[in-house]
Design a protein around this ligand. Structure first.
Ligand code: ZN
Length: 226
């Protein structure tokens, strides 16, 4: 596979470092990473991503498995086999056109996240979690990153790298991370979620915001090709 940008996780700014930045290999942990699709494509230039299919996609996206493996390797220095990676959930972020009123959801993916487990027992519904966010700096010269991180960044220092930062080094505390992440995994286990839960609720309330998009998908998710 062609090598892409480096998934770069810098040192923790805290002293001593936060225990999850970086986690030890023997610690059971549920891990989530998310960010703009353009950044993820820099990390995994050959991975395939759906361009369309708001409500009809099979879980998980093949690129999601690759992303989880890359994160695992970065955190622990070990590249897991495919069958060692247990994906719990994924987040699909579709472009929202807010220039029109009411705003409309476009059938085009531009943000992605994936949740996977490391040593979490199958019956543990409330494991400890690690939230990782990707900070894309190319389109705004680092403005968003500098606004949301506890340290300042100069995009020039990240040539060939995709900056990824655990919650402990972000301004946002993420006090709901554990609850949210574990609820989403539980929800994914009990039922098929077309797109994402919030998207579905929005669709049912405001179908006019989803022009040209059919719901529910005509074919069951396991029969679709995309
Ligand atoms: Zn940290």
């Amino acid at each position: 596979m062609a090598s892409g940008h480096e998934l770069y996780i810098g040192p923790c700014i805290h002293d001593p470092p936060h225990p999850l930045h970086l986690p030890t290999l023997d610690r059971p942990l549920r891990i989530h990473i998310e960010g703009p699709l353009v950044s993820i494509q820099k990390l995994l230039p050959e991975a395939e991503w759906p361009k369309r299919g708001l409500f009809g996609l099979k879980f998980p996206q093949p690129g999601g498995i690759e992303l989880a493996k890359l994160v695992h390797q970065k955190l622990y220095g070990e590249c897991p086999r495919d069958d060692e990676i247990v994906l719990g959930d994924e987040y699909l972020g579709w472009i929202v056109d807010r220039t029109v009123k009411p705003w409309k959801v476009l059938d085009e993916l531009d943000y992605y996240g994936v949740t996977f487990d490391h040593l979490v027992p199958p019956n543990d519904t409330d494991p400890e979690v690690l939230m990782l966010n990707i900070f894309e700096m190319d389109d705004d010269n680092g403005e968003f990153a500098n606004k949301h991180l506890l340290f300042s960044v100069d995009p020039a220092d990240y040539e060939g790298k995709v900056l990824t930062t655990p919650r402990c080094c972000q301004k946002k505390k993420g006090s709901m991370d554990r609850k949210n992440m574990n609820e989403m995994v539980a929800e994914r286990q009990i039922k098929y979620i077309p797109g994402t839960y919030h998207l579905k609720i929005n669709y049912l309330m405001f179908p006019e915001r989803f022009p040209g998009i059919l719901y529910p998908p005509i074919a069951p998710p396991w029969d679709t090709d995309n």
